[in-house]
Design a binder for this molecule. Structure first.
Ligand code: SF4
Length: 333
């Protein structure tokens, strides 16, 4: 029996693509990509959603963490960025390369995706899809069941492993045909993939750019960009201020040796993480901002604790809550 590897996000299109080939007797396995840039964090909701979708379809699923691959692509995108810092063409090439490795290991004959030409501006244009297949070394081996009849026949169609006539010819951004197909397959509940890729968001991309221009570019630093208000204190130092208890807890968990944690002593308020050179000007700025975002923001002077993460070293400073206008140039949004 012929076997296929499906790129599986857990969303409706990938569920339908899988069902269309399963219906033709193709044994299919799923490959789900997660990364530090997934909106869900720190534990990946996206995995849970994909796992639920895979279970509904009886699809064995492999999870692949592409964080390191993506970090490198964001730093050096061979095919450029999309609207923000999303290197979608490189990213799709990488996904198909990984899927091809998986295909060879699993002795499968082709790859399945839920793509539809014209649905996304960058990576799902017809010319981009052809380029991606070529660069990934899988030309002719990627079957897109939702749109196959609108595209050139692929190897599995030419070889008769699947019947092209039973595939669809969807293109564009409309969803009517997908919804109809979902009804036909009795797929009533399908998971919504968790929020998508942060690289497509302007604010996240601005923070990412700041990190690339100044900071150490590693997974912990990227994870930190997802939470809190983000200030650039000086070339070597960032200040991240939790916006609620959940973010405070996350920041505490992400703190590492060399970081400083700042909190008001007599009022409830945020946890602020200072990462970088630890200069006095940065500590003062962090203390004033922490005071401003605390419940003591109306007080004239507040006591603020500045302590080294994981150490006993602590100093207490007295500051007036910041005038936010004084720091608006340093706020990255
Ligand atoms: S949106 Fe993000 S995950 Fe999706 S292809 Fe683009 S860079 Fe990759």
């Amino acid at each position: 029996m012929v076997k296929a590897i499906a790129l599986f996000s857990g969303g409706l299109d990938s569920c339908l693509a899988v069902r269309l080939v399963q219906e033709q007797g193709v044994k299919t396995e799923g490959l789900h990509f997660v990364s530090v840039f997934c909106r869900a964090a720190p534990s990946s909701t996206s995995c849970n959603e994909a796992e639920k979708g895979a279970k509904l379809l009886g699809l064995p699923l492999t999870i692949y963490d592409s964080s390191q691959d993506l970090l490198e692509m964001v730093r050096n995108p061979k095919h450029g960025y999309g609207k923000n810092l999303n290197p979608c063409i490189d990213c799709r090439i990488n996904m198909l390369r990984r899927a091809a490795e998986h295909m060879r290991e699993a002795d499968a004959g082709f790859i399945v995706t839920g793509e539809v030409p014209g649905q996304r501006p960058m990576s799902q244009r017809r010319d981009a899809m052809a380029l991606i297949d070529r660069k990934a070394g899988v030309e002719g081996l990627v079957l897109r069941p939702l749109s196959a009849r609108a595209l050139e026949p692929t190897v599995p169609e030419r070889e008769g492993w699947v019947d092209r006539e039973k595939l669809l010819a969807i293109s564009g951004r409309g969803r009517t045909e997908q919804m109809e197909l979902a009804r036909r397959f009795n797929i009533r509940e399908y998971p919504t993939p968790a929020g998508g890729c942060l690289l497509t968001y302007e604010t996240f991309s601005n923070k990412m750019r700041d990190l690339m221009n100044h900071g150490r570019f590693d997974l912990n630093n990227v994870e930190l960009l997802k939470f809190g208000r983000y200030y650039r204190a000086n070339a070597g130092t960032r200040i991240i201020i939790g916006r609620d208890q959940r973010e405070n807890d996350i920041l505490a968990g992400l703190a590492r040796e060399g970081d400083w944690l700042v909190q008001t002593m007599d009022f409830k308020g945020p946890l602020t993480l200072v990462r970088g050179e630890g200069r006095e000007d940065a500590f003062r700025m962090a203390a004033e901002l922490t005071a401003r975002y605390s419940q003591g923001r109306e007080a004239e002077v507040l006591r603020v604790s500045v302590r080294k993460a994981g150490k006993d070293e602590e100093k207490i400073v007295e500051v007036a809550p910041a005038d936010l206008d004084n720091y608006k140039q340093q706020l990255i949004t």
